[in-house]
Design a protein around this ligand. Structure first.
Ligand SMILES: [Zn+2]
Length: 89
C-alpha cells in the first residue's frame, strides 16, 4: 500500500512541483496523459522546473476619459461633449 502511494506521488511529482505556476493545468495534462512514457514524464518535470519567462504585469494604465459612441475618440475625464464631433459622450 505504501509503495502504491509512493508511486502515485512520484508519478505526479511534476504536477506537484508546478502547482503554483500558470501552466499548472497543461503540465498536469502532459503528466497525466504522457507520463507513462518516460519521455513524457521528463518533459513534464523539466517544464515544471523551468523558469517562468512571463514578465508579470505590475501596472495597467486605466483610461481617464470616455470614448465617444459616435466617432470613437477619447474625450478627457469630465467632458460632456466629444471634442471631435461635438456629440454628447
Ligand atoms: Zn465623437
Amino acid at each position: 500500500m505504501l509503495f502504491l502511494i509512493f508511486s502515485v506521488l512520484l508519478y505526479f511529482l511534476p504536477t506537484i512541483i508546478a502547482r503554483d505556476k500558470p501552466d499548472a493545468t497543461a503540465i498536469f495534462l502532459v503528466n497525466l496523459l504522457f507520463g507513462w512514457t518516460i519521455i513524457g514524464w521528463f518533459v513534464a518535470l523539466i517544464w515544471a522546473c523551468a523558469e517562468q519567462r512571463y514578465a508579470p504585469v505590475r501596472a495597467v494604465l486605466v483610461s481617464s476619459g470616455r470614448f465617444c459612441s459616435q466617432c470613437g475618440r477619447l474625450s478627457p475625464y469630465g467632458a460632456h461633449f466629444c471634442s471631435a464631433c461635438d456629440r454628447a459622450v
